[in-house]
Write a protein that binds this ligand. Structure first.
Ligand SMILES: [Zn+2]
Length: 434
């Protein structure tokens, strides 16, 4: 009962501060609905390379779309593929048969609006458009709002370039609304089969990334991130083999989705906000390592990565921030979290080096203030076990942490505060706090 007074007082305060979209608009019921989908048995533990992680990914991409986010500049969609380890990236790709002949890969390019099992496609699946002019950027820009899959073909040669679809092709900002297949061919199509080779699609992971361009400082970027992959299934002869990863890290992914929704509705971010749901984290942060290549790292002001906030290991309304002393960001967040009634504790065990073990780390190595907000760690009894399930998640706590992150990052978003940058050095493991 004591706490309900606190909530009433805080609600009133937020109502004054953010009359349009108070952080209270982040609802427990919405958070519960999202995490139930992410951690459902149907997602089979969201293993990298599985069909179920793609299903999860498409759910995330759809939420970004509903929220009104844009893809990263130059990207066709929210889905940024990277090659999973143990696959040879150049070995396989899509295959296109045109009037009974295989078209060489350099002469067609396929831009799916969504990854996954959308292939094979045939001539009847496309609206066919013949274009006299050369390909590239103008063609894609011209059709970005089309709603049915398009096959755009030309017999016009691109001058002085053997490869008709160079890798540096610039896609229109804002993404494509439909699938577009670009083809260079000498004759019109009578039969077409576009086949997605399963080896190719199983070899890809997808980071799902959307953004809200900044109103007055678009070149300054704040990133919210979490990983949506997990460990898949385990062992034989057990009753429950699905490692649902509800806490790790469906909880953080829920936070990213809700923050995207929240800041999109506020529509007043002075800085650009990028929302990342990473894959490949459980394989060694390879998704976030890949994503770094899409960024001008000097433009990134802060990265708030979110992990395992579904369980309050250190007590109610307590969180910790990994690598507290490695930049000014944790102290800045702590000051603001405190105003919201959230206590920032020291890491439970410095020797675990949690700072290097989640998706904040690839950013931190580049000198970006990048840390992970957590409220439980691998001492949690169901960590990486099938019992990391939705029924153990404290929705109330999780939602309150999400609200507090929205509140505490307000000064970063509106550009009134900027954390100092530090060159990352390996942590000293005797560090003590609290
Ligand atoms: Zn995790």
């Amino acid at each position: 009962m004591k706490n309900s007074w606190l909530i009433v007082v805080l609600s009133g305060l937020h109502g004054l501060l953010f009359a349009q979209h108070p952080v209270d608009s982040i609802k427990e019921s919405d958070a519960a609905a999202i995490i139930e989908i992410l951690a459902a048995d149907a997602m089979k533990g969201r293993a990298n390379g599985s069909p179920e992680i793609l299903k999860t990914g498409i759910f995330i991409g759809d939420r970004f779309k509903q929220a009104g986010l844009s893809p990263m500049p130059g990207q066709a969609s929210f889905y940024l593929p990277f090659t999973l380890p143990a696959y040879n990236p150049s070995a396989v790709t899509d295959m296109l048969e045109w009037n009974g002949e295989i078209i060489s890969p350099g002469r067609f390019m396929y831009f799916p609006s969504q990854p996954g099992n959308h292939l094979p496609k045939e001539l009847k699946d496309f609206t066919v458009i013949h274009q006299d002019t050369c390909f590239y950027n103008t063609m894609l820009s011209g059709y970005k709002y089309a709603t049915t899959p398009l096959l755009i073909w030309t017999s016009e040669m691109q001058p002085d370039n053997e490869n008709y679809f160079p890798e540096w092709i610039n896609l229109p900002n804002g993404g494509l609304a439909t699938d577009i297949l670009l083809v260079y061919a000498t004759h019109p199509p009578d039969t077409v089969t576009l086949t997605g080779l399963p080896q190719y699609y199983n070899s890809l992971g997808y980071n799902i990334v959307g953004m809200l361009p900044g109103k007055s400082k678009p070149a300054e970027v704040i990133i919210f991130s979490a990983h949506y992959d997990h460990m898949g299934t385990t062992g034989f002869g057990r009753k429950d083999t699905i490692m649902n990863g509800a806490n790790d890290d469906a909880s953080g992914t829920t936070a990213v989705l809700m923050l995207a929704d929240y800041f999109a509705k506020r529509n007043d971010n002075e800085r650009t906000i990028i929302f990342c749901a990473f894959a490949g984290e459980e394989l060694g942060l390879i998704g976030s390592e890949h994503f770094i290549n899409h960024l001008v790292t000097e433009n990134v002001v802060a990265v708030v990565n979110i992990e395992m906030i579904g369980i309050s290991q250190l007590g109610k309304n307590n969180v910790f921030i990994t690598g507290y002393n490695y930049s000014d960001l944790p102290a800045l967040l702590e000051k603001n979290l405190k105003r919201f009634g959230i206590k920032v504790r020291g890491e439970p065990n410095q020797n675990k080096n949690l700072f290097e073990r989640s998706d904040n780390f690839p950013f931190a190595k580049k000198g970006i203030p990048a840390h992970t907000v957590m409220s439980s760690d691998d001492d949690e009894p169901c960590y990486h076990k099938p019992c990391d399930e939705i029924k153990r998640i404290n929705i109330k706590h999780m939602t309150q942490v999400i609200r507090s992150i929205a509140f505490a990052t307000e000064s970063l978003i509106n550009s009134s505060e900027t954390p100092g940058r530090k060159r990352y050095e390996r942590p000293k493991l005797n560090f003590n706090r609290d």
